[in-house]
Design a protein around this ligand. Sequence first.
Ligand code: SAJ
Length: 423
Amino acid sequence: MTGRQFTYDVAVVGAGYVGVPLAQTFADAGRRVLVIDVVPEIVEALNNGISHIEDVPSEHLEPHVTAGRIAATTDYEQLKQAAAILIALPTPLTKQREPDLTYVERASNAIGQVLQRGQVVVLESTTYPGTTREVVKPILEERSGLEAGKDFHLAMSPERVDPGRTDWTTKTTPKVLGGLTAACTDAAAAVYRGAVDTVHTVSTPEAAELTKLLENIFRSVNIALVNELAQLCDRMDIDVWEVVSAAATKPFGFMPFQPGPGLGGHCIPLDPYYLAWKAREYDFATRFIELAGEVNNNMPYFCRSVISQAMNHGLQKSLSGSRILVVGVAYKADIADTRETPAEKLIDLLRNAGADVSYHDPHVGQFHGLDNAPLEPEAYDCVAIVTAHSSIDYADLVRRAKVVVDFRNATNGVDHAGKVWKL
Ligand code: SAJ
């Protein structure tokens, strides 16, 4: 590898919820950072010290831009001047729930055309084991004429950003990293060390890719477990919330997960299918992943039946012609993100049953063709708590409502007055 001097220590490809915190983390450590994005408006805002990512306030970004530690561009040509290139792009699913690597492939093509000897390329996007070696590597080599592991370094280090979380940041969350060769691992680890507190190296990019998937499949499977238990508890007339919190008193060997109306977000509902898809290549059925997906995807249907039962027993009324207010449509509490939220499916199911459905969410102004309705429980036959934002007064909500269905145990400790049904 050549020891040529580069203008930038790192370039981050993708100014999203991973890329911008990554840029800030390296700049905080005094590194010179180039941020690449295809949206000119985002690039212009970043160069004016304006951040569109909640986790990186503009007042934290602006000093780095003024000091010349962070610059943004749409011009991939400038990547030639970066010692390391970190790819932080989305890896969604297609409609057939198959991996969609379009963003990563497109970026790899563009990077390959400007790749320089001695550079380090790291894939941070969550993906199936083999992506770095079988997809990114060939594109980079074909476009550049360079050889990975010989002329440039290639590694995989999965992002672990949890938007909105403050107790763990990009700097303090341990970073797993696996290179194509030992030299690639060392070179990529050296890029992160000093900016990120802990770098945990593994032997291959595949190990790093699978590590991230295990982390998120672990959540999906355990959430499905308590969701299945919630359905059984409904038949056995046992309070599943009481059972989960009792099990959580065990100081070892147990980790509590909460039942709910289903899985939302851009990670947990999607990542498991990346592994299930790849496993088929090895004639292997990832049954836990498929079963967890079935159980979690069924929760909106189960929740519709809970609402139907509550209306029947509480008001002697059917769903058809009823007025229902869904409270909380973001995919989890105290954020505005509605990606993959189970609220969408539940609203559709209630509408299909003939209900007139509105929603109230203090974080979401418009959703699924609806405007955010005022929180007026008395105006509805039933109020369904789908996401439990902490800013809402649930005691007041129960007092004013006719019937409440609580899918998040938000009314725990509130006088139910015989009006509340729970998962
Ligand atoms: N959910 C439940 N029950 C639970 C936990 C979550 O129903 O016990 C639901 C949530 O309501 C949400 C979905 O699952 O709809 C996903 O929730 P999440 O807490 O897993 O939050 P995410 O999707 O933001 O997951 C992110 C992930 N971070 C990354 O992928 C880098 C995940 O790995 C983190 O562990 C998670 O944040 C976290 O711990 O908060």
